[in-house]
Design a protein around this ligand. Structure first.
Ligand code: CA
Length: 240
């Protein structure tokens, strides 16, 4: 069964182009052209991924994302037209998994969609497997501990300051990668390649966004990070 993608875009020429290209790649596509319709369609169709424009009539994409985030695990990729929209997506922590700035190349967008869907598949398979194995496995649970931060690799959850919480799939992938490369400075390009599986650098801001989200969760003071530190001219280093 092919994966279903909900395209939310009020500009007909763009939504047509997205629909056409996604269908060419073998995806099922449903389209909504305003926010209210997007919420209704997402609930009825249960898409595997949502491409969500920010500037929409009446209910904007940010509000749509806020509404849908608690209801779905499917990746939400925001389409942003302006730099200050990117800041809003990041700053408001609306729960989007990624964003793509307009104008974008169809090729880049398709690569990202594919990567997100692959991640979700791996994540779901892993969840199923760990549920099946949960009773059989007693001692070989892989965890990594850094002070009051515990990363449960098998359970794909994190404990910080005594509380367990779940991270979004890409946040978890990034943190797990950092933990594996503890103390080593990693460039954005390396992270994009190794964690996201992208071989181009256009998305390096994606790394910054995810680092920012992680810091908000695992740093005592996200403005003065001590766990994930910025290495000038290089990228980031996880100090635990
Ligand atoms: Ca729009």
């Amino acid at each position: 069964m092919s994966e279903k993608i909900l395209v939310v875009e009020d500009e007909p020429s763009l939504s047509d182009a997205l629909e056409y290209n996604l269908r060419q790649q073998g995806y099922d596509v449903v389209v909504a052209n305003d926010g209210a319709n997007a919420i209704r369609t997402a609930r009825a169709e249960k898409p595997d991924l949502i491409l969500l424009d920010i500037m929409l009539p009446q209910i904007d994409g940010i509000e749509v994302c806020r509404t849908l985030r608690p209801e779905t695990m499917s990746p939400i990729v925001m389409l942003t037209a302006l730099d200050d929209e990117i800041d809003r997506v990041v700053g408001l922590e609306v729960g989007a998994d990624d964003y793509i700035a307009k104008p974008f190349s169809m090729r880049e967008l398709m690569a990202r969609v594919k990567a997100h869907l692959r991640r979700t598949r791996i994540f779901e398979e892993h969840m199923e497997e760990s549920l099946q194995n949960a009773s059989a496995r007693t001692i070989d649970i892989e965890t990594r501990t850094f002070g009051d931060l515990v990363i449960d690799v098998d359970g794909r959850r994190v404990m910080c300051r005594g509380e367990w919480f779940h991270l979004k799939p890409m946040e978890f992938e990034l943190l797990a990668f950092f933990a594996k490369h503890h103390g080593i400075a990693l460039s954005r390009e390396q992270l994009l390649q190794q964690v996201w599986g992208w071989d181009y650098t256009a998305g390096s801001r994606t790394v910054d966004v995810h680092v920012r989200w992680l810091r908000e969760k695992i740093e005592e003071d996200p403005a003065e990070p001590v766990r994930i530190v910025t290495v000038r001219g290089v990228g980031y280093r996880f100090d635990g």
